[in-house]
Write a protein that binds this ligand. Structure first.
Ligand code: MTE
Length: 322
């Protein structure tokens, strides 16, 4: 799949539903749709999705050459079908159970092999960077996919401000731990905090962003408010949510899913239709929101971003470094 130059779309033009109905009503409708699904799965009728809180409009520059022109999923799809184990295991748990989560005030700590380190208020952390729209494919390791119009800033531009030293070979990320606000953390389904990592070259790649919004509004709690990673050529589990720490490291950092199941999830996790998961095929994927079962389509190496990123892995055996 080749990424073509994005047509000049402004976020307002791809959010006609939100604009037309008014955001609050639109979000309420998203909640009602979630309840419909829940009723079908036998949950109690009052087990409804949480109000995602006040989502603020963002000032976003559109038209990135990195955006795909594939049709984005609706905000409703993106907000109601989530993986965020800190809130529970079911795809609908993050929407239902994230209402108590407080994404503000927020601070991010930067430490490790860099000249500038410290703890920064979120507004100061992202403030110097214009927010861009990036419409990216998201391919989950579970073989479903979406197209998401993220709003974010290139991670590389942020990292440069901290002047990483020559010993910085990797970048590690950590999600917040707040069991009182995150019911999945009280159940200990994974060893929290959720941690992830990238090589320095992956982190500096212009496709890699820190997302702070979607569809022109701040991130809903269930999608990783207030700031998350998005690495579109890797399986979705690399795109860690609700980040509170970024560390420059000399050694490859541990990653949550690799710690949980090392035979099934590697550090690299590049989308690869030829390397099956030990328990299922990765040759095709179901596009969420395309009918009850979803249209299946072939999965593409590096999730279709090979032209931009394949050179990062020159000489690396992609079967061994999965
Ligand atoms: N980050 C944290 N902290 N916890 C998680 O459980 N799930 C990952 C990733 N980031 C996860 C996470 C997985 S498996 C996927 S597919 C994506 O988030 C899903 O992002 P979305 O729910 O916004 O679509």
């Amino acid at each position: 799949m080749i990424i073509r130059q994005a047509p000049d779309i402004r976020p307002s033009e791809i959010t006609p539903e939100a604009d037309f109905r008014g955001r609050r009503e639109f979000l309420r409708r998203a909640g009602v749709a979630g309840m419909g699904l829940l009723a079908g799965s036998g949950c109690a009728a009052d087990d409804k999705p949480a109000d995602p809180g006040e989502l603020r409009r963002l000032d976003v520059a559109s038209g990135s050459p990195f955006s795909t022109d594939e049709a984005p999923n609706s905000l409703e799809d993106i907000m109601s079908y989530c993986n965020f184990y800190e809130f529970g295991l079911d795809k609908r748990d993050p929407a239902k159970l994230s209402g108590d989560f407080q994404p503000r005030p927020w601070s991010v700590t930067v430490d490790g092999e860099a000249e500038v380190t410290g703890t920064f208020d979120l507004d100061d952390f992202i403030g110097p960077h214009p927010i861009e729209e990036r419409v990216y494919r998201l391919r989950c390791v579970e073989a479903w996919s979406m197209v998401v119009p993220w709003n974010g800033i290139p991670l590389g531009d942020v990292l440069k401000r901290f002047k990483p030293t020559s010993r910085a070979k990797y970048v590690a990320f950590e999600t917040v731990v707040r069991p009182e606000e995150m019911p999945g953390q009280r159940r200990g389904v994974l060893d929290f905090p959720y941690v992830e990592g990238l090589t320095m070259a992956e982190a500096m790649h212009p496709l890699t962003i820190l997302a702070v919004g979607v569809y022109g509004v701040t991130l809903p709690n269930q999608n990783g408010a207030p700031i998350r990673l998005v690495v579109p050529w890797k399986y979705g589990f690399k795109s860690i949510k609700s980040i509170v720490r970024i560390s420059f490291t000399e050694k490859e950092p541990p990653t949550t899913w690799n710690l949980a199941a090392p035979r099934e999830y590697g550090f690299y996790a590049n989308v690869n239709p030829e390397v099956d998961h030990p328990r299922w095929s990765q040759a095709s994927e179901r596009r969420v929101g395309t009918g009850f079962f979803g249209d299946r389509q072939p999965t593409v190496l590096f999730n279709g971003y090979g032209e931009q990123v394949a050179s990062l892995y020159d000489g690396l055996d992609l079967r061994k470094f999965f």
